[in-house]
Design a protein around this ligand. Structure first.
Ligand code: ADP
Ligand code: MG
Length: 599
């Protein structure tokens, strides 16, 4: 490596494993499905069709459960809604009969709406309570299909829609469902590896970091609920055709469990895993036909085994990144030269000012009348004993806490209290006292999270991998590689983040924050847990960042680092400013020395 000049030699970089690479397992499964007619066994044809139909639902649900981590266990409700919508519209019970495809499309729309209705509680409720509401919704839907007899046929049921020729045969319908499932795989994989997919996982595993990156969870989840609801309801339409006749008892709780467990077995944050999970769970009752009556028990047992024996599911077993050895004796070598390309020449922001900030927790005045000014291009140290209000100050600036009194502004523009997701737009970035990471994602993906708000393509463009989305991805990836280069982690881009050492995670968080090309960067004890040499490199990196115009607010305990690199220092004690000035002034300040620095 060319550390002296700071330019990276050209080298071939390992491609980062996306959710669809390698492609061959998907093609193999598809080929097996397409080859089914060769068996001449229509029963197996039905089972393969059922797998494809279930997968259409699970593919969408996977984004909710596997990616966003929302426990939607009653998703059979969407299948029911889709099956009845398609059947009723095709039968002409309400309106003149529609062709099967039109009915299927209408079911997709109904499912999109229902998906949002089922999903909305997730924006407010904790996971377990959300799970219960989805179950409640499933019960309500079943009761409605039973009670609304003139439309749904009540307990007697209704015939499923018939497909037009040539899709009305066993094999014709199988091919149609396989094609449909393949398209769904492609669509959901497109989302999974887009900035939306990464944001979902960030909301699941590192919610505050997601907020600080400007990710708005409600908006994001609603988009995914729409997609998953539409797919699930269309799966319902296909299901009704497959069954030829549906009654409310076709939509059992077991089926709901099957969908949910397929994802758990498959593993979070993977497409192939849950696909294999769906195949396995659809096959299981066929292979173990005598055990069919025990299916609920089987699922429960399987679930326990998985939770206990392989918490990462199939995905973790087949993920090469969990086995590949990382180099030992790794050294973090930041290259401030990469900062030129990353941060470049930007308009210098105006200073950020806090005045008279007060915030109390119960009786404790965590911040008590704080004045602070962070100037662009400078490093401002914020020091003080434990509990003096340093982290709370950062949380007020980042909008997590609303101060009871006082004001904040950048130049003459007031900085709104609250609104943590809005800070990214103002180019205010931060790291956390405890690093917030997505363990299962690669280091590169973790860093790319930081640039989420700079994507220009919308959800629909990502869904179909349109050019603007692909350009976004290229730009984000290039910027993330620069940021990793700058902090000295370029060689670990493809590694799973949970395999990094603590000190590396601290630098990874800085890289994520740099993705915003921040006007202001707040670092909460970045040197904690670092070796002396790493602290020195961190100091050079932070200085380099500030030289590019960024105003840095540095919370630290290491007095040496503070006095080495800060332009200004503010000392807090019990939420009040004990002293403020240049490092030279602070170093000899009587009260600071006796209260904090020690004799
Ligand atoms: P530090 O300077 O060590 O970062 P903090 O800002 O974390 O200190 O904490 C300042 C004071 O506020 C401490 O007394 C702490 O116990 C209290 N505090 C911080 N956050 C909360 C909270 N969410 N709820 C209640 N008390 C809090
Ligand atoms: Mg703290």
């Amino acid at each position: 490596m060319d550390a002296m000049t700071g330019t990276a030699p050209p080298r071939t970089r390992p491609k980062v494993a996306g959710p669809l690479s390698p492609l061959w397992p998907f093609l193999l499964l598809l080929a097996i499905g397409l080859a089914m007619p060769l068996t001449g066994n229509a029963y197996w044809g039905l089972i393969a069709t059922r797998m494809a139909v279930y997968w259409v639902l699970v593919a969408g649900l996977n984004l909710i459960v596997g990616y966003a981590g929302q426990l939607a266990i009653g998703y059979v409700a969407l299948l029911t809604i889709g099956a009845y919508t398609t059947s009723v519209l095709a039968a002409g019970n309400v309106f003149p009969p529609l062709p099967a495809f039109a009915a299927l499309g209408a079911a997709g729309v109904a499912g999109a709406v229902a998906g949002v209705v089922v999903g909305l509680p997730a924006l407010r409720l904790r996971t377990f309570y959300f799970a219960m509401t989805t179950l409640g919704f499933a019960t309500i839907v079943t009761q409605i299909t039973l009670a609304w007899q003139d439309v749904t046929g009540g307990g007697i049921g209704i015939a499923g829609p018939e497909m037009p020729e040539p899709l009305d045969t066993t094999w014709g319908f199988l091919y149609f469902c396989l094609g449909f499932a393949a398209v769904c795989t492609w669509l959901t994989a497109n989302i999974a590896r887009s900035r939306f997919g990464r944001a979902l996982v960030a909301v699941r595993d590192a919610e505050v970091a997601a907020e600080a990156s400007g990710i708005r969870k409600p908006r994001l989840l609603v988009l995914v609920f729409i997609l998953a609801g539409a797919l699930a309801a269309m799966a319902g339409g296909l299901f009704a055709t497959l069954q030829t006749y549906i009654t409310p008892d076709a939509f059992t709780f077991d089926l709901s469990l099957l969908f949910f467990i397929a994802i758990l077995i498959g593993g979070r944050g993977s497409i192939l895993g849950p696909l294999l999970g769906t195949v396995i769970l659809t096959l299981l009752p066929e292979i173990a036909a005598p055990l069919a009556a025990w299916s609920t028990f089987l699922y429960a047992a399987l679930l326990l085994v998985i939770v206990l024996a392989m918490p990462g599911g199939i995905a973790a077993l087949i993920d090469p990144r969990s086995r590949r050895k990382l180099p030992e004796n790794r050294v973090i070598t930041p290259r401030t030269a990469a900062l030129d390309a990353l941060l470049g020449q930007r308009k210098v922001p105006e200073p950020m000012r806090l005045s008279g900030i007060v915030l109390a927790f119960g009786g404790v005045r965590a911040i008590d009348g704080l004045d602070l000014e962070v100037a662009p291009g400078q490093v401002h140290g914020l020091i003080g004993p434990n509990g003096s209000g340093k982290t709370t100050t950062l949380n007020v600036i980042s909008g997590y806490y609303r101060p009871e009194a006082g004001s904040m502004a950048i130049g003459t523009n007031p900085l709104r209290a609250g609104d943590p997701e809005g800070r990214a737009t103002l180019r205010i970035a931060r790291t956390f006292q405890t690093p917030r990471l997505i363990g299962e994602a690669s280091v590169l993906e973790n860093v790319m999270i930081g640039g989420t708000i700079d994507g220009t393509a919308g959800f629909a463009e990502a869904l179909f991998a349109l050019p603007r989305h692909r350009r976004d991805e290229r730009e984000l990836e290039a910027r993330a590689r620069l940021a990793l280069e700058a902090v000295g982690l370029a060689d670990l881009a493809a590694a799973r983040a949970d395999r990094l050492q603590h000190s590396e995670l601290r630098f990874m968080e800085i890289a994520r924050a740099l993705m915003l090309r921040p006007a202001f960067l707040m670092l909460d004890e970045p040197a904690a847990g670092l070796s002396a040499e790493e602290i020195r490199r961190l100091g050079a990196l932070v200085r380099g960042i500030s030289r590019h115009g960024t105003g840095v607010l540095l919370v630290e305990h290491h007095a040496d680092l503070i006095f080495d690199i800060c332009d200004q220092v503010t000392v807090l004690n019990l939420g009040k400013v004990l002293a403020a000035g240049t490092p030279a002034e602070i170093r000899v300040h009587k009260e600071v020395v006796s209260a904090y620095l020690g004799a």
